[in-house]
Write a protein that binds this ligand. Sequence first.
Ligand SMILES: Nc1ncnc2c1ncn2[C@@H]1O[C@H](COP(=O)(O)OP(=O)(O)OP(=O)(O)O)[C@@H](O)[C@H]1O
Ligand SMILES: Cc1cn([C@H]2C[C@H](O)[C@@H](COP(=O)(O)O)O2)c(=O)[nH]c1=O
Length: 700
Amino acid sequence: MSQPEHSPPAGLAGDVRGVLAITAFRRLWSTFALSSFGDWLGILATTSLAGTLATSPAAEYLAVSGIFILRLAPAIVFGPLAGALADRFNRRTVMIVGDGLRFLLICTIPLVGTLWWLYVATLLIECVGLFWAPAKEAAMPNFVPRDKLETANQLSLVADYGTAPVAALLFSGLALVNTPLHAVMPGLDASGDYLALWVDALTFLVSAVVVWTITFPPVAHEVSARAETLWRTIVDGWQFVVRTPLVRGLVAGMLGAFAAGGLVIGLAQRFVKDLGAGAAGYGVLFAMVFLGMALGMALGPRFLAGFSRRRLFGLSLTVAGAVMVVLSLIPNIVIVALVTVVLGAAGGVSWVCGYTLLGLEVEDEVRGRTFAFVQSLVRVVLVGVLAAAPLLAAGFDSLFNLPFTINIGTVSLTYTGAMVTFFVAGIATIITGVLAYRQMDDRKGVPLLSDLSDALRSNTHHDGGHEAGPHPVPGMPGATVPFAAPGGEHPAYDGLPGVFIALEGGDGAGKSTQGALLKQWLESLGRHVVVTREPGGTDAGRAIREIVLHGSHISPRAEALLYAADRAHHVESVVIPALHRGDVVITDRYIDSSVAYQGAGRDLGTDEVLQLSRWATCGLVPTLTVLLDVTPEVGRQRRGDVHDRLESEPDDFHARVREHYLQLAAADPGRYLVIDAALPPEEIHRRVRERLTPLVEVAP
Ligand SMILES: Nc1ncnc2c1ncn2[C@@H]1O[C@H](COP(=O)(O)OP(=O)(O)OP(=O)(O)O)[C@@H](O)[C@H]1O
Ligand SMILES: Cc1cn([C@H]2C[C@H](O)[C@@H](COP(=O)(O)O)O2)c(=O)[nH]c1=O
């Protein structure tokens, strides 16, 4: 994987520069932009040409819709097949051949110049695009580090949709310059469609050449994948989506989002007309949706940088649904226009989160198939919704005898079938969002509102700066710790106002349960509390968590280093800022987990592992560590059937872990509270409170 050639500054612009500094990605991205631009220009030129080539006004309407149907239909029929094939072939080759074929096919349209060939060529171009798109989507995550994938996805979406207005402007410009050109070049038609098609073809040729210059990172599975049967590959891809709860939730959520979006698009014209706003209002509404989407995609993930992406996905969907309900209930064009920005923003956030999560959570081997399934299903849903929306609205009109007007004082509100459809779709989207949230939640036990406010506060802290500057850390060139901490071994940690509590113990000991109870209690005392965890308290940490807990085999030393890496980033970006604000930080696991699990459990040496974590954290030590002492048998019973990599270790591994935890606590009783985890949760909580009361009461 290529690395950035220089260290970029922080912030959105910095992130974007950081990703674009990866030369191979920059080139790949330029091909995305070129191909998308070509697609938009192609849509405009082919639909316009279809209208021109039709022989009557009625035929004109059918000819134009025929182009749209032909653009959507191949995905429904061939989408999964194309995705499976894209996974089996070299992605670079698929992209070069795909762009080359599209160049040739587009050239044939003005050369043949008939409506039937326009249809055939459109169908073939779309079929080629079906192979190109999953190859592109599946290749991209291999070009950027995992923590930059979200920014890369945002850039990819900009390439996908930001090129649409540019193509539209160029299309209009080409129509203008076509008039003098047409006089001297008889091969061009009078309307400028052929000229647009020639330019369109050129974009695909350039894109093919650019892809040809890019070296793709090697993909381990390519050779073995070729040995599988095609049918097996398709079935595996489909089963992967259906059987993996996270991906299932993600795909269902994304389809819900598209269904809602399709419904808004399908009924927007009618809805605006019902509001008495006409074509101008329609234009404004569209502009607002796109403005909102752009804002949501660009700013949402940044504004909530520390917030779980899985939670954000479900949450943004739910917000989108709620906004649709508001839209349906307040039929006033000004309010609708404003609220539509929020709808677009929520849709944009869920879209970028969904794509990022698919890129992160789906293994490279089946990623192409998964993206292809999603893309095909999205199209099926869009076609269905676009067809059903007017029927539904008309059905509601006759069922409820609409329109119906309510007069509230001087305000009169008129409800139509379009609004009832929006209302129903909004409720359905809320349900989808809530289900996706519940199925994908990776912060169970952490209340949503406080999680959100923690993320917002951390963000404000990062972006807003603070009075004391960051401290350079001796021995770590370039690293800084913003402030001093209580109980730290490093002088930079002296005097941090917060309280740092670590919850430790074997798997299933009840740490999350106690963390949630503790937070509730501390908040009732008026303290601000940050509940976090290791591994996975940050975005980068969540990616590390996937590798260490759910990935394939990794060597014990690599595992120890990954936990240390997660910890280093967690401490610097979440724990220290919160302690500086004077918050109480409760972390579910910290250094002792590494010492017990990797040092004793994996037998890597407890001293070495401790040194590694001390270095990673610049010696930040918790104010108090609560050790919930659980036997391997009880822990196993509580965990049930689901086991991650560490949990699947045999009981003697967990016995070594437990033994070492107890040794650590015995060596420093002043800093540990050991509690029998078999006690009832309320009793454990009472004991923790008793010990913590003096610590949290003296603090501000
Ligand atoms: N004191 C207790 N007595 C009995 N059951 C408990 C107790 N505390 C928690 N449990 C139950 O045990 C299970 C594991 O609890 P919890 O998720 O809080 O543990 P954990 O240590 O955070 O787990 P892990 O480390 O595996 O993530 C849950 O079903 C929870 O309801
Ligand atoms: C921090 C840390 C964790 N582990 C292990 C311990 C658990 O099996 C998992 C974390 O899962 P949980 O559900 O969040 O308890 O990872 C470890 O081996 N080393 C560590 O440093």
